[in-house]
Design a protein around this ligand. Sequence first.
Ligand code: HEM
Length: 127
Amino acid sequence: YNKTTPYELLGEDRLISLVDRFYKLVSEHPDLTPIFPDDFTETARKQKQFLTQFFGGPSLYTEEHGHPMLRARHMPFEITPARADSWLSCMAQALVDTNIEEPLRNAMFERLSYTAKHMINSENPDN
Ligand code: HEM
């Protein structure tokens, strides 16, 4: 097996750039702005912690917030299939803009796609 983690290949600096670029794109996406706060500071801080552990780095999110329970934490927000696609399109663009090389980029995107689909909690076609 390969014990190099995506986090090691990515590095902390690029993970930080990725999350900052991602939320800049989210803040400009009309499908997503209705459910996000106006100030992304805390959202981005938590996402940096989460993605660090999600990609095999230290468990920063769990140390501060406990078990992620991501699906439960997303239940207050209406996440339709269209919103999951919008979230993923911002992430795909952020991965390119952060200069994450293949095959790492595709491996990260596949894992994020799987989790994003798991977050869908509404089939409302109007949102
Ligand atoms: C928090 C939306 C997918 C990780 C949030 C918040 C929203 C949101 C509205 C709350 C922001 C705030 O109040 O600060 C969405 C939508 C998704 C999605 C529309 C589309 C499928 C994901 C995925 C991941 C993720 C795939 C992880 C790979 C997180 C984390 C938080 C969060 C770690 C912070 C949770 C906390 O409060 O501790 N998301 N999300 N989200 N999201 Fe997502």
